[in-house]
Design a protein around this ligand. Structure first.
Ligand code: FNR
Length: 362
């Protein structure tokens, strides 16, 4: 039983599943179509082995790192996930407080239940804002300006969503569009759920499928904030992103919710990191559930990782306290991993600390 509470991130999912209506659990947990990539995001980590070094003084472990010049207690960020009020009444406010308490950067989703102003004023912390670019550019521009005014330190533009991926559970459940208070007064969409979930109808009326590289230049022209691009999984696009002048890249397949049969993110990290050759930081998300996963991503060149679903599950399980436990648990696991692998600081974690060609006995 879990009477004493979850002991790892996976167990938070079970608690969340018990606490949530099926429609919402399906929305949070689901992926696109066959959900092949959904399973692979997690499974691919299990094919990487560790090469610990012994007899290194690990009496002090320092997990701290920096991103775009901001200090963090560990290389773990909160990924942008939408509609957190469906998980807990306090939604993004609770997540923001938990992230702040853990000295972790939260990326607020464009599709947040609480407005970016409300999240900004709930507590002081370094936060980033995730943007979807709309057909109506004035809406996107207004959001960027509000993010800037409210102290968000970077814009994370998600580029893997010209259209919404096909999430069959949401279609079956006729998942409704949750309230997005950021858009109140900015747009009104007439939603006709013909043939899809209402989520799809909303997305197809608003997201701009014509978005292209020149729009990254446009984004840069309307804000002083650094722009990170989220949703790159090839070396080709990583090089283009660097050429476009972005300040960071997030290797992500959107938690397997967009294009199914994209490779698991950890399997393409190496190629992206090589293509970027240290010019800008590379982050990774997708399937990070263990401190060893964080360690593996760092060994393969990620500056930090982001966690999506585990945060939502923590929120659904126990609100702010649950999110705090999830982040702390992952941080503690990373700290132990670093000690056992002989890496007192994140900078000590190298490519030689992992082995990617391990063949599992059948
Ligand atoms: C997401 N993700 C996401 N990404 C984004 O850029 N904007 C968004 O609004 C959302 N919303 C969202 C909702 C839910 C319920 C999930 C699960 C995911 C993707 C998210 O930022 C991240 O890429 C993945 O969640 C990472 O994978 P894991 O950690 O969930 O496996």
């Amino acid at each position: 039983t879990m009477e004493d509470g979850p002991v790892n991130l996976r167990e938070f999912e079970e608690v969340a599943k018990r606490n949530l209506p099926k429609m919402y659990y399906d929305y949070f947990s689901g992926g696109a179509e066959d959900q092949f990539t959904l399973r692979e995001n997690v499974e691919a980590f299990r094919r990487i082995m560790l090469r610990p070094r012994i007899l290194v003084d690990v009496s002090k472990i320092d997990m701290s790192t920096t991103l775009l010049g901001y200090n963090m207690s560990s290389p773990i960020l909160v990924a942008p996930t939408g509609s957190q009020q469906l998980a807990h009444p306090q939604g993004e406010l609770a997540t923001a407080r938990a992230a702040a308490a853990c000295n972790t950067i939260m990326v607020l989703s464009f599709s947040s239940s609480y407005s970016l102003e409300d999240v900004a004023s709930t507590c002081n912390a370094v936060r980033f804002y995730q943007l979807y670019v709309f057909k109506r550019r004035d809406v996107s521009a207004a959001l960027v300006q509000r993010a800037e005014r409210n102290g968000y330190k970077a814009i994370v533009v998600t580029v893997d969503t010209p259209r919404l991926g096909r999430r069959e559970a949401d279609i079956k459940n006729k998942m409704i569009i949750p309230r997005n208070s950021n858009l109140e007064g900015l747009i009104s969409v007439d939603v006709d759920p013909a043939g899809g979930s209402k989520l799809e109808a909303f997305a197809s009326e608003t997201l701009d499928p014509s978005l292209s590289w020149k729009d990254i230049k446009w984004l840069k022209s309307i804000t002083k904030l650094p722009i990170m691009v989220k949703g790159i999984i090839t070396a080709e696009d990583a090089r283009k992103a660097v050429d476009a002048g972005v300040s960071g890249i997030v290797v992500s397949n959107h938690g397997a919710r967009q294009l199914d049969y994209t490779p698991p993110t950890i399997s393409v990290l190496d190629e992206v990191v090589k293509a970027v050759s240290g010019v800008v930081p590379v982050l990774l998300d997708g399937g990070v559930r263990r401190g060893t996963d964080v360690f593996k991503a760092l060994a393969l060149g990620a500056k930090a990782v982001m966690i999506g679903r585990p945060v939502v599950y923590g929120l659904a399980a126990k609100g702010e306290h649950g999110v705090r436990s999830v982040i702390k648990m992952l941080q503690n696991e990373l700290e132990l991993t670093m000690a056992l692998a002989g890496c007192p600081a994140v900078g000590d974690i190298t490519r030689n600390h992992v082995m990617i060609n391990y063949e599992r006995p059948r």
